[in-house]
Every structure is written in C-alpha cells, then in structure tokens.
Design a protein. Structure first.
Length: 723
C-alpha cells in the first residue's frame, strides 16, 4: 500500500539482512530535519543516496514511528554533502572518501553529471589521471547497471550478494535473459538453486508442468545427487526425485522432459545390467573414458633388469639413510616396473618415507618426476616432506581461459616419465579423468592415499573403486613404525579406525601427550572453552600462533557450533577491528586485514580453488579490492568474487582434507548428530601434526566411532574396470 511518499537522504544503515534485503535506515530531509526511520526491502542502498520512498507510517511499540517502505526510487544526490557522501561510500570502484572530496571540490554540483556523461573531464581534477578517470567511469557505470538489475531481481527475492555475479555473467542482457527463462540462474550462477529460480519463475507465470520448469527440475535433481557424490541415478530414482523436486505427480510429463534433455545431450543414459542409468554428460564421459586410460596404464610394464633395479634401490634407500620394510621396498620396486601403482595406509605407516624412496628411485633411473596434490596446502606439505617441488593438480594441468578446459589433456600430455599424486582419496571422478588422460604413453602413475579418510567432496569414489577393481597393483602399508608409536594422535587414529574409543586425556598440567580431551556439554561452555584454548592455553603452552598454527574443525557449517557461527566468535578475539586494519562489509560478513579466509569454489580465472586457505594482507576501500596471500601466491579479489570467500578460523572437517596443521581443535558435540561418522572423526584427528584437542562430549565421539556406515555412492568404475 502506497498511501504516502517521502523524499529523504540516507544518513546511515542501522541494520541490513543481505539474504532478504530487509533494511532499517536512518535518513533526513527538508521535511524531516530531525531524522526519520525507514524500514523495508532495499537493494544496493548506500549512505548519501537520496530516495523517494512510497509506503505508510506505522508506530513500532519499541522504536516509535517508522516509515514502512513498499517501493522506492533512487534520486541523484542534490547537495554537495550528499554527492560527497554517496561517492565516498566505497560502493563505486576507484572512489573513496579522499577522491570523493577532490571531485566535489573540483566539479561541485555537476560532479555526478561529469562522471556519467563527460568522464574525460575527470582527469582535470588534481590527483586523477586518465587511467584513474577511466576506472571511476567504469565503476560508476557498473554501480548503476547493477543497481538497475538488482531493483529488478530484488523484487523477485534474489539476494543482493549475487548482483555483481549475475551482471558479470550476462552484462546488459541480465534482465532480458532472466525474464525469458529464470531457470538459467540455477544452471549458470553458483549459489542460486532450482528452488530460488522456481520462486522467480512463478512471478513470470511459469509454474506447474511448464516444459522449462520440468527440464530445470530434472537437471536440478541430477545435479543435487552429484553434490552428494553420485555419478548417476537409475530411472526410478530420477523419476521419484524429480517428482519430489517439482511437486507434481505426472510421470509422463517428467519422462517426456527427460527424453527431451537426452535428445539435447544435456543428460546421457546408459544400459547397465538391465537398468537405465542417467548421467550428467561430464560424469558419464569422466567415468567411461577413464576406464580406457586406466587399463592402458595397468597393462603397461617397464623393462628393467634385475641388476639395474637392485642398483637403483640401493642408491635410493641406502645412500639416503632410509630404513624401509619389505613391504615398502616392494612398493618402490613395483613403481619402477608397473605403469600404475596405488600405495595406501593410515598415519604412521610410512607413506611419506615410501614416497621419498619412490621419488629418489625414479630420479636415479633418470626419469622426469612430477608431483601433485588436490589442494594448495597438501601440495605445499608434499614439497616440504619430499624435498621436490609439487603443485596442485589444477595448476599442473594448467587451465585454459579460452577453451574453459585444461591445457594438458590427451592431445597435449604432461612432460613426465612418472606422475605421483598424494592425498589421492580427495580426487573426484571428473578431476581424475582430466588427470589420467594427460599421462603420456610410456609414463606411469603412482597414487598415494588413505582410503579410511572422508571421500572426495566431488562425485565418485575413485581411490576405493580402483582398489576394489583388483586391476591396479596396490601396496597396503599397515605397520606402525617405532617413531610413530609414541604419538597418541596416531595410536588414537588406529583405535578409531578399528572401531575403538580413543584414549582421552584430560589436560591436568602434568600428563604429557599430544592428544587432549576437554569435556563440555553446554553450547555456551564449548564456546567459552574454545576461546580460551585457541587464544590462550595452546599459544602459552606450545608457543603456537593462534591464526596460522591452530585450526578449529567442526562437522558442519550451520548451527551455533558450526563453522559460520564459530568464525564470527574467533574473528572477534583473534583479529578484532583496529584503526590500521581496513575492512569491507559484504553480505553481513566483515573481511578485515589479517583475516584467515578460505575459497569455497574453484575459480580458474583467479587460479584459486575450493579449499585454498589464505590471509588477507591488504584491502583497498577506494577500489573495493581484497588482496589475499595464498600458498601459491598473492591474488587480488574483486567484489564479484567475495561471495566465494569465507572466514577460515573454523572450517568443516571436509574442507580440511589434504591439509595438516601444527594444532587442531575439533568440536565434537551431539548437536552434529547427523554428521558424526567414524571417517569424519578419523579425518579430523589425522589433520593434527603435533597437538590435537577434542572439545565437546564423549557421547559425540562414541557415536562417531560406532557409526561406520559409509554412504554408498552411485558409481560403476570398479565394475567397468573388471569388465
């Protein structure tokens, strides 16, 4: 209801919910010199902007009179103060408070007109050259374009956090494309799923059995199980899930939609053992074509004489003071003669020593060796323990921005004689396919990993399937070496793996151990103890630096003991605001210089990948840019990239895979009941290099240890290899 309208200038934002756009604003105007409060849904609003708001007056029982806004229009600021405040808000890239003051001093009331219509004149302002003028002009255009798009999208319930991303994808065509088929957002914009696209579509009269909706629902169903680790669904599974997603009971309509998607090659079907299996194309080709490369490597063999083998083994082992068991020596020998080898084992069983020996043996053979791991931290650790340079798999394969694929593939293979992949349990089916096709003919591949850890985040169960096929030579290291026997971390890891409760040592100031347990049942008690452990007791006792040396792990993202909530608490005590620390507020999160952050999705343009952890080293308020130092180097983030960043003081156990930290504090609480599994607590424990602290309840640990039900993943890689 628009009974009244008021024209005011926004003074400050008292509250903002970036998810639904609800704001509480303080404003003033000619008719309201003492100020006025506006409430309602706003998008891309900033202090200094003048708006005409439509709505009604209402009296809040606590906060008094408020103007409840139903719609509004942004006006150009009409005063020098308003223009300066608007430009200096940080929303327009290239303009901060200092530049805003310079511009207003130079151009006065015509400042916005100059920026919008005569940007070449900006260079006449002191301190602004042609390059800076161009940046300001582009930033102003981007802001206005995004604002227009978001006024449209906000009306359909889309978060402002995705404004820049949608604009970046579709540019000026955004409104047109979304209006024609809102479901493209679910397919092409990470983070906007089918349900949100469905809500938007209903605003345009698209609902029920509309063919666009049915097709989107089927694809969403297949995509959703892909995120759960499945490569395919059977016909019955896909029909049932699609009906639930679409909330329609029309199997014929869904079957017709499925057939249409198959004819468009958006879904691929396979006949297997009397059943129809339905894949997304990338999953089908990854699983099917990998079989060809795997069999080729598994069948290949190097002709190495026994004398040469013994000589190389002697140089690699004896000359470097390596003490190998018979099984470890067998692993080295097999790597020299076979085209494909898997080395697996738990902590303390000598995987790292074996890996070193394998590398040295191949070096003495004159082979060119390449080393890689799935994550940046794992690659850095592999470099440290092996003494040879290692990279991530993504960087090894080199992403091509023009083709949107990897430069190294079956047509342009890697330059190596042997490829060694550590932390292989993390490698999903799609990445494995990209990797194995790039192994040149005549070369060999060695996978090293622990199959008892959590499976890959991506679809498939590659390492387990390869081992279960029986096609690949596999060496299992199961002996715990003497130097590892004194570690309670390693002992407890094997106890957990055997279904036994770990030995939980309560810190008493006297008992020496590397694995502690601190009891806390109440959520507020857990949080209180967590603050103390991370900020005081561990740094004081062991000299750890809280941000870089200590990693908090938790089973989930959501909830009071989830990563999101814990990050807010830990940021407050470990990296509080300070005058010398710039910060940016994005989607209700404050990113501050000194923050530890994690990348949530692969970004090939920036060369940062899911799970990469870095530290914010600089923030430009003027340019709205964040500089982050990652293990692989320094990366500059733009506003459109912020949505894929999160704080990393606390992360999920899944995100910690492939990494090691000097100290780990793992939250184990019954609040995480649905996530408590043996492989989860085992993975969390084995991330700790020197010190482990379980914080929570014994009952939660017991539930996890006794829950060894590994969720089945839909993949037939093992069967295809056997066949």
């Amino acid at each position: 209801m628009d009974n009244e309208s008021i024209t005011v200038t926004i003074e400050r934002i008292t509250f903002a919910n970036e998810q639904n756009g609800y704001h509480v604003l303080k404003a003033s105007g000619r008719d309201y010199p003492n100020g006025v409060t506006l409430v309602g849904n706003f998008c891309m609003i900033q202090p200094g902007e003048e708006i005409k708001a439509y709505g009604i007056w209402a009296c809040h029982p606590t906060f008094g009179m408020q103007f409840q806004t139903s719609r509004y229009a942004v006006l150009k600021p009409a005063t020098l103060k308003g223009i300066e405040k608007f430009l200096g808000s940080g929303l327009i890239k290239g303009i901060g408070p200092v530049t805003a003051k310079r511009l207003v001093n130079a151009f006065g009331i015509d400042t916005l007109d100059i920026i919008e219509n005569h940007p070449e004149k900006l260079a006449e302002c002191s301190g602004i050259g042609p390059s800076k003028a161009d940046k300001i002009s582009q930033g102003f255009f981007l802001h206005r374009s995004i604002q227009d798009i978001m006024v449209f999208l906000q009306g359909h319930g889309i978060s402002t956090a995705y404004a820049a991303r949608i604009f970046k994808r579709y540019d000026k065509e955004a409104i047109k494309k979304v209006s024609e088929n809102p479901y493209i957002l679910a397919d092409e914009i990470p983070g906007i799923g089918f349900k949100k696209a469905d809500e938007i579509a209903s605003e345009f009269g698209i609902s029920g059995n509309d063919s666009r909706r049915v097709a989107a629902g089927i694809l969403y169903s297949l995509n959703s199980v892909n995120k759960e680790g499945h490569l395919f669904l059977t016909l019955d599974e896909l029909l049932k899930l699609s009906e639930e997603t679409l909330e329609i009971n029309d199997s014929k309509m869904i079957s017709d939609g499925l057939n249409s998607l198959i004819s468009q090659k958006k879904i691929i079907s396979r006949d297997y053992n009397g059943k129809k299996l339905y894949y997304l194309p990338i999953n089908y080709y990854s699983e099917s074509k990998s079989v060809i490369y795997i069999k080729r490597l598994a069948c290949s063999q190097r002709n190495v004489s026994r004398e040469q083998l013994l000589s190389v083994m002697d140089k690699a082992i004896v000359a470097h003071g390596l003490n190998l068991s018979d099984v470890q020596q067998l692993a080295v020998e097999t790597s020299l003669t076979k085209g494909f080898l898997i080395i697996t084992g738990g902590p303390g069983t000598g995987k790292t020593t074996t890996l070193k020996a394998v590398i040295m043996a191949h070096k003495y053979m004159g082979h060119k060796v390449l080393l890689a791991s799935p994550t940046g931290r794992a690659a850095k650790r592999l470099t440290e323990v092996s003494g040879f340079n290692a990279s991530t798999i993504h960087r090894l394969l080199e992403y091509d921005h023009q083709t949107h694929g990897f430069k190294h593939n079956s047509m342009n293979t890697l330059d190596c004689d042997v490829l060694i992949i550590d932390e292989a349990s993390m490698v999903d089916m799609n990445l494995f396919h990209s990797l194995i096709q790039a192994v040149p003919v005549g070369a060999s591949i060695v996978l090293v990993g622990d199959i008892d850890q959590l499976p890959s985040v991506g679809a498939g169960l590659v390492l387990n399937e390869l081992i279960n096929s029986g096609v690949i030579p596999t060496i299992t290291l199961d002996r715990i070496f003497r130097q590892a026997e004194s570690s309670q971390i390693i002992k407890n890891a094997h106890r957990i793996n055997n279904g036994e409760m770990p030995e939980l040592t309560v810190p008493d100031g006297h008992t020496a151990t590397d694995c502690y347990f601190i009891q806390a049942e109440q959520v507020d008690k857990v949080i209180s103890l967590l603050k103390n452990v991370v900020a005081k007791s561990l740094p004081k006792k062991f000299g750890y630096y809280p941000i870089t040396d200590i990693q908090v792990l938790t089973p989930m993202n959501r909830g009071p003991l989830g990563a999101i909530a814990l990050n807010g608490i830990l940021q407050e005590i470990l990296n509080p605001p300070a005058p010398n620390k710039n910060e940016i507020n994005h989607a209700n999160r404050i990113f501050r210089v000194g923050d530890k952050v994690i990348q949530l999705r692969n970004n090939y343009e920036l060369d940062v990948f899911n799970g990469d952890i870095g530290t914010i080293t600089d923030i430009s308020i003027e340019d709205q840019e964040i500089t982050i130092d990652f293990p692989q180097g320094t990366v500059l983030f733009q506003p459109a990239d912020f949505v894929d960043l999160a704080h990393a003081y606390a992360i999920t156990v899944h995100k910690s895979q492939g990494s090691e930290y000097p100290a780990v504090v793992m939250i184990t609480h019954t609040q995480h009941y649905m996530m408590l599994q043996r492989n989860l607590i085992y993975t969390g424990l084995t991330r700790a290099k020197k010190t482990m602290v379980f914080l929570g309840s014994k009952k939660a640990i017991s539930i996890a240890v006794n829950n060894n039900k590994i969720k089945k993943r839909n993949t037939i890689l093992s069967e295809l290899l056997k066949g």
